[in-house]
Design a protein around this ligand. Structure first.
Ligand code: ATP
Length: 310
């Protein structure tokens, strides 16, 4: 049995140079069983390149990738046996049913039973449609079939590059739920890449931010957002100029923004009542108060210096 705190994936000082240009710069990170790990970064940051090196589709210039302790470079066969992935679009036979596609694929993989096929079909919620031809599937259903295929050999690690690309909101919602279920109930580690912040926030347990080939931050989503602590306080006030002066004096280290009659500042949630009473004491009329947790997007902009978000 694998101990809970033993990593499934260990990336050690991974680098990639192409034509003397450093594309991936000394990346190190770990993935643990049962977590959904998000690889977040703007277009061109190096997410796909890293994933391609992780699954042996591209050679690393330096560094190592271990899957369950086995090196992708030195012990490829054993290491890759632990990986399921949809890195490039999965090949499906459109004129066969979803089920026949899985049966066909299972013949190429060692030790996949009929029961396992039924199990993965159920896991991705395709049991009612699995005997229909793939050509009649929606994009979301095809994605789920791809997921079923990737899960057939019971991998310890599932890698999905931009898994929700092209899906509508309900498709995104479904995939997100399946991935969380696979990770949290079956203990699979899931690595997903995306440039969509809001999506990562809902899907992942931990997020690594990559920019220009470098890992600039890794945090749990809760810590990242500081869900319970940091809020964006928005106060609709009259007169707004006077309120601004008062708050600027009281909160000199905070960024204070004004838009029409709304004044906004990033503060601790616990400070909101103090701001309200300070304004009231100074005869400022307050028409509304909002204190929303900072979104990952706001946080991400803060961390990356606010550029290059798609
Ligand atoms: N074979 C290659 N030759 C030269 N440059 C490459 C090659 N592959 C990738 N790059 C460059 O490496 C950088 C990282 O690309 P990569 O596709 O890994 O980024 P990404 O984070 O996956 O972006 P996206 O969200 O657009 O998929 C880019 O600047 C890209 O142009």
């Amino acid at each position: 049995m694998m101990r809970k705190n033993e990593p499934i994936v260990q990336i050690k000082n991974l680098s990639k140079k192409i034509n003397n240009k450093t594309i991936i710069d000394d990346l190190s990170f770990e993935l643990f069983p049962g977590e959904v790990y998000g690889f977040l970064g703007p277009n061109g940051a190096g997410k796909t390149t890293t994933i391609r090196m992780m699954v042996g589709l591209m050679e690393a210039t330096k560094g190592q990738v271990f899957i369950k302790g086995q090196s992708i470079q030195k012990d490829f066969k054993n290491a890759i046996a632990e990986v399921g992935g949809i890195v490039e679009n999965p090949e499906m036979y459109k004129f066969l049913s979803g089920y026949k596609n899985l049966v066909h694929y299972s013949r190429m993989v060692k030790g996949v039973s009929k029961e396992r096929i039924d199990q993965v079909v159920q896991l991705v919620g395709l049991e009612n449609r699995i005997h229909e031809k793939v050509k009649n599937y929606s994009l979301g259903m095809r994605q789920r079939l791809g997921l079923a295929q990737a899960l057939l050999h019971s991998p310890s690690l599932l890698i999905l590059d931009e898994p929700t690309n092209g899906l509508d909101p309900s498709g995104i919602h479904e995939i997100r739920n399946y991935l969380r279920k696979i990770a949290h109930e079956d203990g699979v580690s899931v690595l997903v890449s995306s440039h969509l912040l809001s999506e990562m926030e809902m899907m992942c347990d931990r997020i690594a931010i990559i920019q220009n080939g470098k890992l600039i931050d890794v945090q749990t989503v809760d810590d990242f957002v500081g869900r319970d602590l940091q809020v964006k306080g928005r106060f609709t006030v009259v007169p707004v100029d006077k309120a601004k002066t008062i708050l600027e004096t009281a909160y000199q280290d905070k960024k204070i923004e004004v838009k029409e009659d709304i004044i906004a500042l990033d503060i601790e949630k616990e400070d909101v009542p103090a701001v309200v009473s300070l304004l009231v004491k100074n005869d400022i009329r307050i028409y509304s108060v909002q204190a929303n947790a900072m979104t990952l997007e706001e946080k991400f902009l803060e961390v990356t210096g606010g550029n290059q978000i798609v």
